[in-house]
Design a protein around this ligand. Structure first.
Ligand SMILES: [Zn+2]
Length: 180
């Protein structure tokens, strides 16, 4: 009998269940790269034991680009490569915000900020924080940015300066004198 696709290892376990919507967003595991020793080489068994994961998970990391030292079996991985691979993967996952979104730690998702809640707080000569309130839950949230791009952020986040805000908030505009 022919082996099934799964037995031949041809079926990847899907990262996301097809019915899962982004709002249901399952939290993926974050691996503590401090457990990895930079100058040591690891084989698949050792990596799977280090994190208590199945060897198939490590096989998937190879498919995703984790570098092997060479093609000889058992495959060996440099500690420093493993650290870099996991760190990259984990940061990419965190940076899913679109340009007009901030990551809300309460919703655990990228969110748009409430209109008029955006503030720019300079941190240094080059850096600033973009503060805003989550449109969904109102939690204060922020994102790091660069001072150079401030104008770009103002456009992206439809930033309203205090003066402009004052005008738009005014429900009864002052009645103009009728000059004839
Ligand atoms: Zn939120």
């Amino acid at each position: 009998m022919r082996p099934t696709q799964r037995e031949r290892g041809l079926i990847d376990i899907p990262e996301k269940h097809p019915n899962q919507t982004s709002s249901m967003h399952k939290k993926k595991r974050t691996y503590n790269t401090r457990r990895i020793k930079r100058d040591i080489s690891y084989n698949m068994q050792e990596i799977s034991e280090l994190f208590g994961i199945h060897k198939n998970a490590v096989r998937n990391w190879f498919k995703a680009g984790l570098p092997k030292i060479d093609a000889r079996r058992p495959f060996m991985v440099h500690g420093s490569d493993l650290i870099e691979f996991l760190n990259n993967r984990q940061t990419k996952r965190k940076r899913k915000c679109k340009s007009d979104e901030l990551y809300c730690f309460r919703c655990r998702a990228p969110r748009k900020a409430k209109t008029g809640s955006i503030e720019f707080i300079p941190l240094s000569e080059t850096k600033l924080n973009i503060h805003g309130k989550c449109e969904e839950c109102g939690t204060s949230t922020y994102r790091a940015g660069s001072i150079k791009k401030r104008q770009e952020y103002e456009r992206i986040f439809a930033f309203v300066t205090l003066a402009e805000k004052h005008i738009t908030d005014r429900k009864h505009p002052p009645v103009n004198c009728h000059f004839i």
